[in-house]
Every structure is written in C-alpha cells, then in structure tokens.
Design a protein around this ligand. Structure first.
Ligand code: NAD
Length: 484
C-alpha cells in the first residue's frame, strides 16, 4: 500500500545561496523528490538567489546536474525532471548590497505562501532579514528557514535570535535540525506515546541508563576549515544529540503540536546538571598511514579542536534522577552507526539462579544505517539441558516490516521543507531551546579552553580514546559495540 500524499498549497520558495553545496546536495533534490511524489504541484515558483553571474537557464542546468547526482533513483525520470526544472528561476543577488532585491520582489506572487531558505553563511542572516523587510517581502505569509550552526555560543545565538526577531516573529522562523526530520526520530515519539507498553517503564526506576551514539567513519574531509572552528561539541552535541536526548527524556506533551512539544524539550534541557570535568572525554583522531590525522587534515598543527566527545549527563527531575545519559560522537570511528539504546535494569530477582547469567532488556532505536527499532528480550535457550537463558532481538527493521515501498521514507529535508510550507513548526527548534542548549554546552567548552589541555589521541577505526571506555567502566557499565 503506497502512502497517501496530500499536495501542499501553492507557494513561492526562495533559496538564498541557491548555488551552494547544501542547495545542490540536499534542498533541490529534496524538492524534486516531493514533486515526483505529487506533493508539490505545478503552481509553485522556486527561485535560486545567489552571488555570481547566472541566468535562469544556467540555474536550471546546474539544478539538473545536482539532481542527477544527488536525487536518487527518481532523477532517472527525465520527463519529471524537465517539468520540475520549469518551476525554477534565478536572481543574481547580493545579501549585503542592493543588487537583485527589486527583481526578486517582482518575482514574488501575491496570495502565495512565501518561504525564504537562508542557505548561506550565518553572518548573512541579518542582512537577508533586513532586506526582505525593506523590500516588502517580510509579511505574515512569509517564513524563513535557517540552518545550523545557530551561533557558536549563547551570546552569538542570542544575537542571532534578536536580529531575526527584528523582522520576523518566532512563529515565522524555522530552525532546521535535520535529525528531527528523520523517520526513526519521529518514531521514537510514536513508540513512547502511542503504546502503553513502554511509558510506565520509562523512568529511573526501570531504566538503568541510556546511551546515545552518533559514530561516523569518515574524517572532516573538505570541511576542515569550518570544522576546526567548531568541533564535535558544537557541531553535533549542542544540536543533534541534545535533540535526541530531549525526545527520549521529555514528559508526554499534551498534544503533538509545536509549542506543546517544544515546551517539554526545553524543560529537559533546563533540568540538565552542569557536567563535571571528569565526566567529559574529548579526542582527536590520528592518521593511519593511508589517511592523515586530524591536525594534518585541517592544516593546523596546534589545533585543540575535538573530533570526538563522550560525556555523562544527568537530568535532575523526578523521572530521571539517578539514570545517567551517556553521549558519544566522533569521526573516523570504526563504523558509521547512530543509535539510542535504552538499557533497562535487571529483573529484581533471578528465579533461575546465578548460572542463568545476567540478562537485560535493551530497546535500541537505530537512526542509521538500517533505520529500525529492536527490543532485546530474554528467553529460554531452546533444547534440553536445563533452564539456560539467552537474549534475542525482537527486530523491526522498517524496510523488512513495512516493505521496501513504505520504508522508502522521504529524506529528512523533504519532510522538513514540506513542514515549512504547511506551517508546522513541531520538528523545528525554538529560539529558547537553542539558547538553553548553548547555556549547557558553553561551560564545558569554556572549561576546555581554560584548562588548555589537548584532546586525547585515538586511532582511526577505533571506538575513540580509552578514557571514553573508562567513563562507562568506572560505573560498572559498558558502551554497546558500534556496529552498522
Ligand atoms: P556554500 O559556500 O557552498 O554556498 C554558499 C552560497 O551562498 C552560494 O550560493 C553563494 O553564492 C551564496 N552567497 C555567498 N555570499 C553571498 C552574498 N553576499 N549574497 C548572496 N549570496 C551569497 O555553503 P553551503 O555549504 O551551501 O552552506 C550554506 C549554509 O548551510 C551555511 O550556513 C552552512 O553552515 C549550512 N549548512 C551546510 C551544510 C552542508 O552540507 N553543506 C550542512 C548543514 C548546514
């Protein structure tokens, strides 16, 4: 059974930075796939706006090449691609100058939803907002979409929020965290709040600890310049991992509505204890003979930027007091695998005796690869020979459970851009959430800077520095194997 697609209302979408990497790799292919799915119909205008000499035909040719490269199987549908490209227009525009703004305003149609995707460096966000306002494009039909990084600390995030708030209300600002657009992440909410089975156990009485891992096998690649000024804490923990933690830990919102959900997430962030120095480990990958180490790769011999972080967090509220949350993320690790594991406590008493071993229920939510959910349950090992217990997974890999067609989910960007057009902010971060997240991560980063120590080395293809293993071992726990 194919899923039902409801077309969105007609809209005009301007992609500032429409010739950049993000537009080519993600935004244009996502729009095309929604067009093929029938969610975007003909009465739509998609306008690339960027610096540089280009006309409409040049932009369409660039978009064709980008979609062919990054658009997946659908891009083979040449007729659809040609029809989609007909929706595209281009304006040469300077975010900081006067060029292009009048022609852009002339292209916008009355009575249409207007979305402006700020796919440019954050330093230009204020310029764009100001000029949109000046040229009459910031009205109640307008909404803006901004990407990470949203600031680099609390002060800069506050400045950015204030700048945008001069011309747009909070209800018009869509701060993208593409993790929230992932199917499994939303399934996390469905699992928790759509079943009666889990919620009664979802607290410190039954949950021993929670592990959140986002492991990448690649290094910084061509993003070295950007990454070296950022690091794993700013690039991954403050945004994506905090969002995962919030969805795992939050109280049930009264409704699945934007502010109801975001209020609950905010409460989680505000309930996080400051992290003691001994509960944070940071690392930097070494070269392995074929690939350069971190410092070589970013061209900064003295860099103290971390490409790995592991930490133990505590949420001080009734539900979670006493249940630690262990987070780790890094580059050049053994495998590319992201998951959340809810590790339940041991049964209070084993009727099977010590020989039966120690068995635990673990609920694993896999974000990538093989999106799916797995519940480890304990059963009797089949056959004679007494009561021996083993753990088996109740595995629901979505592609297997739902069939390949249903499991061919829209990519996160497809879903999120459609949510912008529909005006649904549930899966976007609110300004106060972003600020609260920085307020929690800032002291950790400040402590590193004050300490002046360098991150610990770890081998390419490993699970990170040994100290990260110790972070768990000293609590009598261990990380789950990183495996795809
Ligand atoms: P990019 O450098 O590839 O592209 C930048 C775009 O901005 C180009 O189209 C360029 O013409 C345009 N531009 C630059 N100065 C301009 C000006 N003064 N006026 C008008 N247009 C101007 O950058 P990108 O990788 O596409 O990233 C865009 C934004 O998205 C950044 O904020 C980045 O941090 C964020 N982001 C990117 C990725 C990614 O995968 N590339 C992922 C997450 C977030």
């Amino acid at each position: 059974m194919a899923s039902r697609v409801i077309p969105v209302d007609p809209f005009d979408l301007v992609i500032f930075g429409g010739t950049g990497d993000l537009a080519r790799r993600k935004i244009l292919p996502a729009l095309f796939r929604r067009f093929v799915a029938g969610q975007i119909e003909g009465d739509v205008r998609l306008i690339g706006a960027a610096r540089g000499d280009m006309d409409r035909d040049g932009y369409r040719a660039m978009a064709r090449a980008a979609i062919t490269e990054f658009g997946g199987e659908e891009s083979a549908r040449k007729k659809d691609l040609t029809a989609f490209l007909d929706l595209l227009d281009f304006v040469t525009l300077d975010a900081r100058g006067t060029e292009g703004w009048e022609p852009l305003a002339a292209l916008m149609r009355p009575d249409r939803i207007r979305a402006f995707y700020f796919s440019v460096a954050p330093a230009l966000f204020g310029d764009l907002a100001k000029r949109l306002h000046k040229h009459g494009m910031a009205d109640e039909r307008s909404r803006i979409v901004v990407e990470k990084p949203f600031g680099r600390d609390l002060d800069t995030a506050r400045d950015l929020n204030r700048t945008l708030a001069r011309h747009f209300s909070e209800g018009q600002i869509y701060r993208i965290d593409h993790y929230l657009g992932k199917e499994t992440v939303q399934n996390l909410m469905a699992i928790r709040f759509g079943n009666v089975l889990f919620e009664p156990l979802w607290n410190s009485q039954y949950v021993d600890h929670i592990q959140i891992t986002v492991a990448e096998s690649v290094g910084v690649g061509g993003r070295g310049d950007y990454y070296d000024k950022s690091g794993a804490m700013r690039d991954m923990v403050q945004n994506h991992m905090m969002q995962l933690l919030c969805l795992i830990a939050m109280e049930p919102p009264a409704k699945f509505e934007p502010d109801a959900v975001r209020d609950e997430k905010l409460k989680v962030i505000r309930a996080l204890d400051p992290v003691a120095r001994r509960n944070v480990v940071r690392g930097q990958y070494e070269g392995d003979g074929t690939q350069p180490g971190y410092r070589n790769q970013v061209g900064n011999r003295d860099s103290t930027t971390e490409s790995f972080v592991a930490l133990k967090a505590h949420i001080s509220n009734w539900r979670w007091a006493g249940t630690p949350f262990y987070l780790r993320t890094g580059k050049r690790l053994r495998d590319r695998a992201s998951e959340i594991a809810v590790v339940f406590k041991d049964a209070p008493h084993s009727i099977f005796g010590a020989d039966a071993g120690r068995h635990r229920n673990i609920l694993t939510i896999r974000l990538q690869p093989n999106e799916g959910i797995e519940l480890g349950v304990t059963i009797k090992e089949p056959g004679p020979g007494g009561m021996r217990l083993i753990d088996v997974p109740l595995d629901m890999t979505f592609a297997e459970a739902l069939g390949p067609e249903e499991a061919d989910f829209p990519d996160a960007y497809e879903r999120l851009i459609m949510d912008v057009i529909r005006g649904n902010q549930t899966l976007f971060m609110r300004g106060d959430e972003v600020e609260a997240a920085w307020a929690w991560t800032d002291p950790i980063i400040a402590d590193w800077e004050e300490e002046g120590a360098t991150p610990l080395d770890y081998a390419t293809g490993s699970s990170g520095p040994d100290d990260a293993l110790m972070l768990m071992h000293r609590d009598g726990r261990r990380w789950r194997e990183i495996r795809p």
